[in-house]
Design a protein around this ligand. Structure first.
Ligand code: SPV
Ligand code: MG
Length: 313
């Protein structure tokens, strides 16, 4: 990556975060509200999680939602954050052509980049079952090249996600695939593992040796510190699904307590006050703008219309 690129677009913003001195924390979100909350909390970049968006749409993370349904959700995120959004593109929804169409449309809705994984469509979430078939290397390299060729902004980021370790293959195969994807044009590599410790990722990262920025999602090896990830040469850490899981826990608890007690008194002090919701959504901006445009409108309406007005019609 070219570190000298100015931060002039979401893609350039993400590039500079992925080439910083510390690993960048990328928060998983799934709608406009969660994007807004994560941004307000201070996360510099967001992950539009396929698992979380699918779950929030009431479908499974096995390409049950169409890519246009998902991009409609992603658009509500980019409308609610100035932070760069990296969107989970699953396998690219078919061949090189569907992948590049997704990529083009994702760029149009304002994302910083896409992350495309080397599995077969329809893919299954990496934590479900053991049937994770990998795409042929050449076919996946073609998808990466097609997405790179189709980008409009030179900062747009294409992350190649290596699922070899999820599929039970060796670190050597994961490294080989990652390097070929880098040569095909990938700007960064997402190496995924579902082991409960960091060893497998550490082994990969040491041998990778910084050939391109490395991104991980430590969902199962969550006990490792950010500092340790930094020492291993990891550039981006995606907290992929914790927001959704926090929401499920909180909403489930509220629903059960309201039903059991036949009222909301017991939880009122624990849930977010409406005034905080209004502040989060910047209702005060709407109020101020309403007054401003009433003034502008009144001023324009009071102006005398020049005698010639309308002659040209
Ligand atoms: C997602 O958040 O949709 C991901 C990450 O792809 S994972 O669920 O860990 O596969
Ligand atoms: Mg996903």
């Amino acid at each position: 990556m070219d570190e000298s690129l100015a931060v002039t677009s979401p893609g350039h913003g993400l590039r500079s975060l992925l080439t910083g001195a510390e690993p960048c924390q990328i928060m998983g979100v799934y709608n406009g509200l969660s994007a807004r909350i994560a941004t307000a909390a201070g996360f510099p970049a967001l992950w539009a999680s396929g698992l979380c968006m699918s779950t929030a749409l009431g479908v499974r993370d096995s390409d049950e939602a169409t890519w246009s349904e998902l991009l409609a959700v992603v658009e509500t995120m980019t409308a609610n954050t100035p932070a760069p959004v990296l969107v989970d593109a699953d396998t690219g929804y078919g061949n090189f052509n569907t992948a590049r169409r997704f990529s083009i449309k994702a760029e149009r809705v304002g994302v910083a980049g896409i992350c495309i994984e080397d599995k077969i469509f329809p893919k299954m979430n990496s934590f479900v079952g053991d049937d994770h078939r990998l795409a042929p290397v050449g076919e996946f390299c073609g998808k990466i090249a097609a997405c790179k060729d189709a980008q409009n902004d030179d900062g747009f980021v294409v992350v190649a996600r290596v699922e070899a370790l999820i599929a039970g293959r060796s670190v050597a195969e994961a490294l080989d695939r990652a390097d070929r994807y880098r040569e095909a044009g990938a700007d960064a590599i997402f190496i995924h593992s579902r082991q409960s410790t960091v060893e497998q990722i550490a082994d990969f990262a040491r041998q990778w040796g910084g050939r391109a920025p490395l991104v991980i999602a430590p969902t199962t090896y969550y006990a490792t510190s950010l500092e340790e990830f930094g020492r291993l040469g990891i550039n981006g850490v995606i907290w992929a699904n914790q927001t959704l899981r926090a929401e499920v826990a909180a909403v489930r608890d509220a629903c059960s307590r309201i039903l059991q007690s036949g009222g909301v008194a017991a939880i009122e002090a624990e849930i977010t006050p409406l005034k905080e919701i209004f502040a989060l959504m910047r209702y005060e901006e709407l109020e101020a703008e309403e007054l401003r445009y009433a003034d502008v409108g009144a001023h324009l309406a009071a102006r005398p219309v020049p005698a010639s007005a309308g002659d040209a019609l």
